[in-house]
Structure formats: C-alpha cells, structure tokens
Write a protein that binds this ligand. Structure first.
Ligand code: C2E
Ligand code: MG
Ligand code: MG
Ligand code: MG
Length: 277
C-alpha cells in the first residue's frame, strides 16, 4: 500500500503509515482467527414501534470478542474486512448466525420476530448473494419476511443493474430492505423511488442536531414526509433520551432504535428484555 520512496531509492514507511499497516494486519489476523475459532458473536438491538410501543424486529450487530476479550468495534473492523476481502466470509457467517438465531426462536414468543442484518456493498457484488440468503433461510425452515437487510445509500445507489437485481430478488421473496444511515450519503429521491426498498433508517446525527437546530429538524421532517409518501417505513436511529423520543413521535416517525430503549445485547438478554417491555 502507501509506500514512500526515500532519496536513494530505498523504500521506507513513516511511523504513522507503519502503525496503520500493523493495525490493518493485526485486525485482519484477529478476524481470520475469530472466524476459524468461533470468536464472533451477534448482538441484537430491538426496533421499537412508537405508536404501539411494541417491537417486532431488531438489528443484528456483529461483535468480535476474540483474543484476550479485547473488544474491537465493528466500526473499525468492518472497513478493514471490506478492504481485505474477508467481508465475504464474515458476511456469510452473519447470514448463517442470524438464521440460526431465528430458528432457535421459532418455538418461543419471538417466532414472528424479524432480524435485520447489515450488508456491505461488497457483498452485493456477489451475483449469488440473493440465492445464498434465500437458500439459507429455507434451510432453517424460515420465511423470507423474517429476515431484513440494511445497506447504506452509497452502497445501494452506486450499484449497477446486476447488484440492483440481487436486491429485487430479495425484496420479491419478502425480505425487508432498509436504507441505513439515511441522509448521510448521496441521497437521490429518484433512486429511492426506483429501488426495491421497504424502509429508511434516518442517521442518528440528524436527531442529535435536530434537538438544537431548526434547520436539521426541518430536514428530518422532510425525510420522514418523503419516506412516507413513497410508502416506506421510517425509523430514526440513536434515540437516547425521552426528549428525543417525544420529538420523533411528534414528527411522525414509525419506528425508533436507540440506547433509550435498549443497547445491543446477546440473544437471550434481548428475549428477556422484550418479555418485560
Ligand atoms: P449501523 O448499522 O448504523 O449500526 C448502528 C450503530 O449505532 C451500532 O454500532 C449501534 O450499537 C449504535 N447505536 C445504537 N443505538 C445507539 C444510540 O442510541 N446511541 C449511539 N451513540 N449509538 C447507538 P456498532 O454495533 O458499533 O456498529 C457500527 C457499525 O458497524 C454499524 O453501523 C454497521 O455499519 C457496522 N456493522 C455492525 N455489524 C455489522 C455486520 O454484521 N455486517 C456489516 N457489514 N457491518 C456491520
Ligand atoms: Mg445498520
Ligand atoms: Mg445505521
Ligand atoms: Mg448509523
């Protein structure tokens, strides 16, 4: 990668670049190790239906506790995995783990619950992705509507025809498709109308700013209106306070997700949480 050539043609790394390379290599090794040794886990965060105060779905978020219980954030290791290509194996692990969990819930009150997994844009370039997901769903005796996928705007809007086809196939089968971190990417309302999308998740930065700033509040209101006029479900991410919950309810949001309700947690914990919610 970033290599610099010295005066006499000798290649050297600046300490900073060196650090980053070590970091990159370390994380790649850690992830490969975790994949091979059961070191990955899915945590689940409920998505709350504001009007009914119920939860019918959750987001699955990957955790890596491998090696000295040192937790590395997915915000750090997912981009590394995307670069190294490991995201394909990790992505497959996530699909499998989510279906396995759903299958374990089939004989519990959570038998109609939906799990939304995060997909990376790189996974979408796999022409077998949709088939693979649907086959896994079937193998676990699940219905496609029990599974959802989240992709960011840039991953979806930058996609070519064959990638859109993957999404269309999933949507047609009944898989719920959400645009993640909505509002932070190249939002094109035209694409939003054309793409096979079921819902948007408004990025939590808008909510944070909307509390102090009228312009951000107006933007959020507009996103909710557009979402609804296109027949999409609208969720706001990152609800942390009662005040924020009141605001998003007033603005007409359908769903909310955030620390106010629950942090991401292991499956068993979330099941217990939902029992008393
Ligand atoms: P994301 O998909 O936008 O997930 C939401 C992130 O916000 C999660 O961080 C979640 O823990 C955090 N969050 C939820 N509620 C609140 C809140 O009220 N306040 C604050 N401050 N944060 C909140 P997490 O779990 O660290 O994941 C970070 C990102 O890593 C995710 O952002 C997603 O882009 C990526 N990621 C996580 N799991 C996977 C995965 O299985 N596959 C892929 N491709 N990416 C993943
Ligand atoms: Mg997400
Ligand atoms: Mg998100
Ligand atoms: Mg986000």
């Amino acid at each position: 990668q970033a290599k610099e050539t010295g005066k006499n043609g000798v290649c050297f790394y600046t300490p900073d670049i060196n650090d980053r390379l070590v970091h990159y290599q370390e994380i790649t090794n850690l992830l490969r190790d975790a994949l091979n040794n059961d070191g990955l886990e899915l945590h689940f965060q409920p998505q709350i239906h504001l009007a009914e105060r119920t939860s019918n779905s959750c987001e699955a978020l990957i955790r890596c506790f491998h090696g000295q219980s040192r937790a590395v954030s997915p915000a750090v290791f997912i981009p590394v995995a995307e670069k190294s290509g490991l995201i394909n194996r990790i992505g497959e692990w996530v699909i499998e783990a989510a279906c396995k969990q759903l299958s374990a819930w089939q004989k519990t009150p959570l038998n109609n619950f939906r799990v939304d997994i995060n997909l990376s844009g790189r996974q979408l370039t796999n022409p077998h992705l949709a088939n693979h997901i649907l086959e896994t769903v079937k193998r676990y005796n699940l219905q496609p509507h029990q599974l959802g996928v989240e992709l960011t705007e840039n991953e979806v809007f930058g996609s070519d025809e064959s990638q859109t086809k993957q999404l269309e196939k999933l949507k047609q089968a009944g898989v719920h498709i959400s645009i993640d971190d909505f509002g932070t990417g190249y939002s094109s309302l035209v694409y939003l109308r054309k793409l096979p999308v079921s819902g948007i998740k408004i990025d939590r930065s808008f909510l944070q700013h909307a509390m102090q700033n009228n312009a951000d509040m107006a933007i959020m209101e507009a996103m909710i209106t557009v979402g609804h006029s296109l027949g999409l479900s609208v969720l706001v991410e990152g609800v942390e306070t009662e005040e924020q919950a009141q605001l998003v309810t007033k603005l007409g949001c359908d769903l909310a997700q955030g620390f106010l309700y629950a942090k991401p947690m292991p499956a068993q914990k979330m099941a217990e949480f939902l029992e008393s919610f």
